[in-house]
Every structure is written in structure tokens, then in C-alpha cells.
Write a protein that binds this ligand. Structure first.
Ligand SMILES: [Zn+2]
Ligand SMILES: [Zn+2]
Length: 221
């Protein structure tokens, strides 16, 4: 197992003593792994992901504590406003020297034990017999978990007008007179009554000046 696999996500641990209490700073920029989110929301493959923090030697492995910052592309799920900006999340991950107990898909007993542990998902194996760690899987998991299912531009985003698509955040007073089919009939009645009143008013003001035009109203007289 002396195979050395260096990827863009490899962090060498050669300068880190295995004596508990020793630590090594981490300040790297790595490409985003593939498969984080989708076209609607996600982190594009190869985008710069910054990892800043430290790696600590503990008794049975090393602990990575860091802030991960990645450019997320998304749009508000209500008003479709683009929400492209850097998102930062804090991670704490454990890389045990003995990785035989991690995610042993072959044994059901093992799975049950791991499922019972808290934050078992934040445990990853070391590489190259403990000489390096790879952040590819940890970054993919972290960034995928970070993405909200329904991103919002603001907590109380008003969304788009269902009738005409206008952004209601920019037009708070916007409304349409008839918004409910049940009120459409009443609305029509109201309009007819208003028109009738206007007609009568016109009739009265114009009475005596234009007699021949209003033949429809002749029955009233
Ligand atoms: Zn919005
Ligand atoms: Zn509208």
C-alpha cells in the first residue's frame, strides 16, 4: 500500500507529527468536485473552493477543523432572482488512523454500529497509509449538504405575481382587481351598477339638450 495518489484534493500530512496535540495549518484552494447540486442550485465543477483551518493530531487519528468557502450559483425559488455568491460553512471531520471501521458496506453489524454514532458521516479514511488526506469526498458531502432545497433571496420574499409575473418585492402595492373566480361575478355586477349610475347622471345633465340620441331611455319618460 505504498501507492501515492496525488489529486487536487490531496493534503500531505508529512509535517504533522502523530503525537497528539500537534497541529498543522490548512490554507488551500481546491477545485469543486463534480456532482454538487444541479443547474438550479449548486457549485460548478472546478470552481475555487477555499479551505482554511487546521489539522490536529489526536490519539487515534487527525481532526480537520476548517471554514469551507465556495461560490454557489442559485436563484430564488419564489422570485427567480439570481443568488450567486460565496457561501461559507464550518466543518469538523475526523480521519482515524484505523479506517477499517469506516463505512464497511460489507458488514451489516458494522453499519448498525456506525449509524448509532453521532456525526458518523463526518469520518473519512486517511490515504497513503496516513501520509495524506483527500478532501474530495469530504468537500462533495459538505457542499451538497450546505445547499438549501428552496433557496430564497430573503426570508419573506413575496415572489412573482401569479397573474402577470411581476416581481412583488419591487412592487409591493401591485394587485389585480379580479384575483378569485368566485368574485368575478360580483366584480362584473359592480361594474354594471357603476356604469348604470354614470349613464343616469349623464342622462340628467344632458336632458333637454340632446333629445333625439337617447331613444333607449324613452320608455322611462
Ligand atoms: Zn425572492
Ligand atoms: Zn400582476
Amino acid at each position: 500500500m505504498a501507492r501515492r495518489t496525488t489529486t487536487p484534493w490531496t493534503i500531505p500530512l508529512s509535517s504533522l507529527s502523530t503525537t497528539p496535540g500537534h497541529s498543522q495549518d490548512v490554507d488551500v484552494t481546491m477545485p469543486a468536485p463534480t456532482g454538487i447540486g444541479d443547474d438550479v442550485i449548486g457549485v460548478r465543477e472546478g470552481a475555487d473552493v477555499a479551505v482554511r483551518g487546521r489539522i490536529d493530531s489526536v490519539v487515534d487519528g487527525v481532526l480537520l477543523t476548517a471554514d469551507v468557502t465556495a461560490p454557489v450559483h442559485a436563484s430564488c425559488s419564489r422570485c427567480l432572482t439570481p443568488l450567486d455568491h460565496d457561501w461559507t460553512t464550518s466543518i469538523t471531520m475526523f480521519f482515524p488512523y484505523d479506517s477499517s471501521a469506516i463505512r464497511d458496506d460489507a458488514g451489516d453489524d458494522e453499519l448498525d454500529i456506525i449509524a448509532g454514532e453521532e456525526e458518523s458521516g463526518d469520518v473519512y479514511p486517511l490515504c497513503d497509509d496516513g501520509a495524506t488526506m483527500s478532501l474530495e469526498a469530504p468537500l462533495r458531502d459538505t457542499l451538497a449538504e450546505m445547499l438549501p432545497l428552496q433557496p430564497l433571496c430573503r426570508e419573506n420574499c413575496k415572489g412573482l405575481c401569479p397573474e402577470c409575473g411581476l416581481n412583488l418585492n419591487d412592487n409591493p402595492g401591485h394587485h389585480h382587481d379580479v384575483t378569485d373566480i368566485r368574485f368575478a361575478e360580483l366584480q362584473g355586477l359592480r361594474d354594471r351598477l357603476l356604469n348604470q349610475t354614470e349613464d343616469q347622471t349623464e342622462d340628467q345633465t344632458e336632458k333637454g339638450t340632446i333629445n333625439d340620441v337617447d331613444k333607449d331611455d324613452g320608455a322611462k319618460d
